[in-house]
Design a binder for this molecule. Structure first.
Ligand code: C2O
Length: 559
């Protein structure tokens, strides 16, 4: 295994998009930021030097961070932000996981432009893939672009409680594509050779949107999601929620020509009707032998609210079983039933669109709207046993059970039992190595929406998912306890539920939250506090603060 050491300079980048010159926050002057390309078992050391005007942290989305919770990155959960002019070193290993992950800022909405791919290859290289070795590969980072300064967008979202204004464009590898103004040259091109197979590593880095992705004239075989191998799944459309990744094989077997790849929103908000972004970003797949005059053809995209297509994709995936690898825990120590969605909370000073009867829009889990600590990170409070920063009373179930998915209990009906949420910084404490089952139930109190729920520090198995109110007896009959898909982010169906399981074998404080960023801002989060195990190799070491800069910037050492 090697030590891969890199420096991320976070700073201003002047860039032209959609007919305007803008200053954005970016890493090493690039959008998307640099790709980290490592092998399973490597140690990754990244020195983040914050020359931007904003507080910064970086999260390595999907990396377990086993015994390195100090390197996880969520602001005020595992660290205080890196202030302008300061630096911080993240050090972690990528053992026991391989595939496509990514990294992004985990403070404010800054991940809109501070993100990049993190690729973990098998130790043995491409010949160790559990599928026919692709000839080539390409990373496809799907994102969103705002003409406005993203921190202003965030502040406005908080002030109004209405979420961010819709973005000005979707992007592929930072480029909006030729359906947007002045973007004819800002279009991603993938050159392919006829007869070769390409592995597309697709990452949804959008702030606020699930996406459909297609390539005209081509279909895919999905071989992994969220850096876990799947049984090969054939499809002509990829559905991907913010935070998720999909590795898909695409054979360049169409007549040599040019084809658009395209991505647009999947938005299933059923109530109230959404303000949605129906624009489309596209790139081009160009065969080397395509006639110069060939005009690309456009794939037929699903309608933006095509829940059936989304559900088919999301629910048909299964894990590839591999000898000697962990499988789903069959025994459950801790069962939780967790409702989540939008509600209201009392106004805070300075908030607009906020009145005494309606309050401000808030989001919650089991009616607790997560409040980020302000004095110290939760991990630091946990590690040093500091009282008063958080409490350990995150409830195992909601305060009342009712028809969670019925819009009749929605919005301004004062009787809606979960309408008003409580603010709190509450953790759920877990014993080391205990197994947890969570029923994740979406609510339709203000709006029925599909929330992509992301757990830090772990992958989890998705045993089942469906629509309506969770029915335990019925659902249990269709649990997949053989080869359930393994993920770090699950798009819980609109007006529906999902059941996940994981083993709490990674001590630390780990946030679980909705990966639609505006929902995180207004409290759609909770934390797990996982106790140390009985041995030193299951005990969190002290933080690495103040450590020397390591082996020299940018050096790669092979062991
Ligand atoms: Cu990719 Cu807590 O996020």
């Amino acid at each position: 295994a090697a030590i891969i050491e890199r420096t991320f300079h976070v700073g201003n980048l002047t860039i032209r998009r959609l007919c305007q010159t803008r200053v954005i926050t970016a890493v090493n002057g690039r959008l998307p930021g640099p790709k980290l390309d490592v092998h399973e078992g490597d140690t990754v050391v990244v020195h983040v030097i914050n020359d931007s005007p904003y507080d910064m942290t970086i999260h390595w989305h999907g990396v377990f961070q086993r015994l390195t919770p100090w390197s996880d990155g969520p602001n005020m959960i595992t660290q205080c932000p890196i202030q302008p002019g300061n630096s911080y070193t993240y050090r972690f290993n990528v053992t026991g996981q391989e595939g496509t992950l990514w990294w992004h800022a985990h403070v404010s909405f800054l991940r809109a432009t501070v993100y990049g791919a993190l690729i973990i290859r098998p130790r043995g290289g491409a010949k160790s893939y559990p599928f026919p070795k692709p000839d080539k590969e390409a990373t496809i980072l799907l994102g969103e672009w705002w003409n406005d300064n993203i921190v202003d967008v965030d502040n406005r979202a908080f002030l109004t409680g209405q979420g961010p204004s819709i973005s000005d464009a979707f992007t592929i590898n930072g480029k909006p594509g030729d359906l947007y103004n002045c973007s004819n040259d800002e279009i991603y091109k993938l050159q392919v050779e006829a007869g070769k197979t390409y592995m597309l590593r697709i990452i949804n880095a959008a702030l606020n949107n699930q996406l459909f992705f297609k390539v005209a004239g081509h279909s895919f075989t999905v071989v992994a999601v969220d850096a876990s191998y799947t049984n090969p799944y054939k499809t002509d459309v990829i559905v991907i929620a913010p935070g998720q990744t999909v590795d898909a094989l695409m054979a360049a077997e169409a007549p040599p020509a040019k084809y658009y790849m395209a991505s647009r929103q999947y938005n299933s908000i059923s109530f109230p009707p959404p303000p949605f972004d129906n624009t489309t970003t596209r790139g081009v797949v160009e065969y080397a032998s395509a006639p110069a005059s060939s005009r690309p053809t456009m794939p037929l995209m699903p309608p933006f609210n095509d829940t059936a297509t989304a559900h088919r994709f999301y629910s048909n995936l299964t894990s590839l079983l591999r000898p000697g690898r962990p499988t789903v825990p069959l025994h459950v120590d801790t069962s939780m039933f967790v409702t989540f969605g939008l509600g209201r909370t009392t106004c805070q000073p300075g908030q607009l669109l906020c009145n005494r009867t309606q309050g401000a829009v808030a989001a919650s889990m089991n009616n607790v709207s997560f409040a980020f600590p302000t004095e110290m990170s939760l991990l630091e409070a946990h590690f040093n046993n500091v009282k008063g920063i958080y409490t350990r009373d995150f409830p195992d179930k909601p305060p009342v059970f009712f028809d969670f998915t019925n819009p009749a209990v929605n919005s301004d009906n004062a009787l809606a039992p979960l309408l008003f949420t409580q603010k709190g910084t509450k953790a759920k404490k877990l014993k080391y190595n205990s197994t947890v089952e969570m029923v994740l139930q979406n609510t339709a109190i203000l709006a029925a929406e599909s929330h992509p729920m992301h757990l830090h520090g772990y992958d989890f198995y998705v045993l089942a998912q469906g629509f309506g109110n969770y029915d335990n007896a019925k659902a249990r009959e269709c649990f997949n306890l053989v080869d359930p898909q393994k993920r770090n982010t699950i798009a819980v169906p609109t007006g529906g539920w999902a059941v996940i399981r994981f083993t709490a074998d990674n001590p630390g404080v780990w946030i679980m939250h909705c990966h639609l960023d505006p929902h995180l801002t207004i409290g759609l989060a909770m934390v797990f506090e996982v106790e140390n195990g009985p041995t030193p190799d299951a005990t969190i070491p002290p933080p690495l603060f103040g450590q020397p800069l390591g082996l020299g910037l940018g050096m790669i050492v092979d062991f």
